[in-house]
Design a protein around this ligand. Structure first.
Ligand code: AMP
Length: 587
């Protein structure tokens, strides 16, 4: 396949704003792609060469790409840099300069998809002392035979700027349209949720059809999208919602870890699919030693403990460990424990479709518990009073609150979904009307007065998972200390965008836009109808969205959460109704 066919498709995708149209462009294209190329095509639509959980990234610096463009197009570096300052995008620079370059037909070779993939893999794999030189040469080799549009996307891919709008949900829609039916869409999404590998799903559906897709199960080494909890405003409602009887577990305040225990080693993944193994080598080793199965996938919360008293410490202590470079010191200075709460797989058995009581029993049986490896404290509760009692003991043990879990036959592990099979209730709910929000930064406003010359406030958004869009809920200017204000450009500027990103829906216009990437924890006094914010626009009232009042940054950057794991618009709608319910005095 020629790479030009793919880049023309990227161009068509980019020029439409409609998700439906995007889906049909993509479906029509995927149908034509050779089976053996499907994986690569699907990854490249998202600017990648591998599934999300693969640790390597292309990440070439803009300056290096500009050098390759100058070299290939025979243009002075100064001219290339000027164009880059003007456009902010190496892709556009390449497109313009390559369009002007003299025809280099004499030695040119077809730019096939295979050649592009090989070239990109070579860029990714370049290391050692002349790695920068090698990367540049591999890229100019490809650019040499590229037309303007092909060059645009090559440069966007290598700099991590590939945003044609083909998000996971759009690709899954396109796969259903191309190879199955609308009714098969949930089964396709399930296969993606249990493997986090969109390339594998694409290849499977094209080669083996829906039967093969239905047979995809969890596998050691491929992270499973995590199951999430709903929230309710009182213990009474939690217990009633779960049929008057449920399991309650302590809700620990640490880092969620999904451990893939293999015969030869253990890999730990965060909830945003990053590999955490090097942050918790001691946990990885302890899990291997304590596990009675040859292979298993479990989930648990990694919590820091005070080495002297054995008491649990707040969340910040575990993040401190993630940032430490000298891991040997960190292992000693910040001892951690894992409190396991679920098992998804053990020795060939996919446990995600078993009900909770069976999974919990298996978890307890398949591990030797003690020391660093524990299970969460759990009790079966049969009344709101027992629930209150358990909640109080959780707070006394310095936990955030409780997680209530359904004991019903349908209480399976729902990968990637938030539902009422798990319900959280936290101490904060007793004090404020609302839980905290995890919001994505989509823009910034320059500061004034003491904050002149820095970003002074941020435009924050929630995620609408149906639409795949980030919708704004507040302008956040409180809770930043000087260190955070100074560090904002480092934290945010990688995501700078010339205009409102395609995945953002905002009416308030900030001074600069960011592609959603960074998630911050925010508390607020109240959720209100808002004429300017776009979250849940027209859902509760025509012409109004939902905004949050008096937002304040808690100091916690949720670097364990991807922007798509930010608080969703749906959750905010439910929190809003919970809140009016409270103020109606019906609680
Ligand atoms: P939240 O981040 O507030 O939505 O709460 C959900 C998170 O609580 C999960 O992702 C886990 O990291 C954490 N957690 C702590 N204890 C438990 C538990 N016993 N069961 C499930 N999740 C837990």
């Amino acid at each position: 396949m020629l790479y030009s066919e793919l880049s023309e498709t990227f161009d068509r995708l980019e020029s439409t704003g409609s998700r439906l149209e995007m889906t049909s462009i993509l479906a029509e294209f995927l149908r034509r792609v050779d089976r053996k190329d499907l994986r690569n095509v699907v990854y490249l639509c998202q600017g990648k060469l591998h599934p999300d959980f693969y640790p390597q990234v292309l990440g070439m610096a803009d300056k290096l790409v500009l050098k390759a463009i100058s070299f290939t197009a025979g243009v002075q570096e100064q001219r290339t840099e000027e164009l880059w300052v003007e456009t902010g995008d190496p892709g556009t620079v390449a497109e313009r300069l390559i369009a002007n370059k003299k025809q280099m037909t004499l030695f040119s070779e077809d730019l096939t998809l295979d050649r592009v993939v090989k070239g990109l893999l070579a860029i990714e794999g370049s290391d050692g002392k002349d790695s920068q030189d090698k990367k540049m040469k591999h890229l100019s080799n490809l650019l040499h035979d590229a037309g303007p549009v092909e060059a645009r996307y090559l440069c966007r891919i290598v700099t991590g700027r590939m945003r044609v709008g083909a998000g996971d949900m759009t690709i899954l829609d396109a796969l259903a349209e191309a190879f199955a039916t609308k009714e098969d869409r949930p089964a396709i999404e399930r296969a993606f949720n249990v493997t986090c590998d969109i390339g594998l799903v694409a290849e499977t559906i094209a080669t083996g059809g829906m039967d093969a897709v239905r047979a995809i199960g969890v596998q050691v080494g491929s992270p499973v999208k995590v199951m999430l909890a709903e929230r309710l405003p009182s213990i009474q409602e939690v217990v009633e919602r779960l049929g008057g009887r449920c399991a309650m577990e302590y809700k620990y305040d640490g880092i969620r870890v999904q451990a893939h225990i293999g015969k030869d080693g253990v890999r730990l993944f965060s909830r945003r699919l990053e590999d955490l193994t090097s942050n918790f080598p001691d946990i990885a080793q302890a899990l291997r030693t304590h596990c009675r199965s040859g292979e298993a996938i479990i989930e648990g919360e990694c919590v820091a403990v005070n080495p002297e008293t054995g008491f649990m410490l707040p969340f910040q202590n575990v993040t401190h460990r993630r940032k430490k470079h000298g891991m040997d010191d960190a292992v000693k200075d910040v001892p951690v424990r894992i409190f396991m709460f679920d098992i998804l797989y053990s020795d060939g058995e996919d446990m995600t479709s078993m009900p909770y009581p069976e999974r919990r029993k298996a978890l307890e049986e398949r591990f030797v518990l003690g020391g660093m490896v524990q299970t969460t404290t759990m009790r079966v509760v049969e009344s709101p009073e027992e629930g209150e009692e358990f909640f109080n003991s959780a707070i006394a043990a310095r936990c955030e609150g409780i997680m209530a879990k359904s004991l019903a036959p349908e209480s399976v592990y729902r990968a990637g979904s938030r539902g009422f099979l798990w319900i959280k209730y936290k101490k904060d709910y007793q004090q404020a009307l609302t839980d905290s929000f995890d919001l994505a930064v989509v823009g910034a406003f320059y500061g004034m007065g003491k904050r002149a010359g820095r970003y002074g406030a941020l435009l924050m958004a929630a995620y609408d998972s149906e639409k795949g869009m980030f919708e704004t809920v507040c302008k956040l200017g409180t809770g930043f200390d000087d260190a955070f204000l100074d560090g904002m450009p480092d934290l945010l500027d990688d995501g700078l965008s010339e205009s409102m990103p395609r995945s953002v829906d905002a009416e308030m216009v900030p001074d600069v836009w960011f592609e959603p990437s960074v998630v911050l924890e925010v508390v607020a006094a109240e959720i209100t109808l808002s004429p300017i914010h776009t979250a849940a626009r027209d859902v509760l009232k025509e012409g109004s969205g939902l905004g949050i009042r008096f937002p304040r940054f808690t100091g916690r950057v949720r670097d364990d959460k991807a922007p798509e794991q930010a608080t969703t618009v749906d959750e905010i709608v439910r929190m809003y109704s919970m809140q009016s319910h409270d103020s109606d005095g019906l609680d």
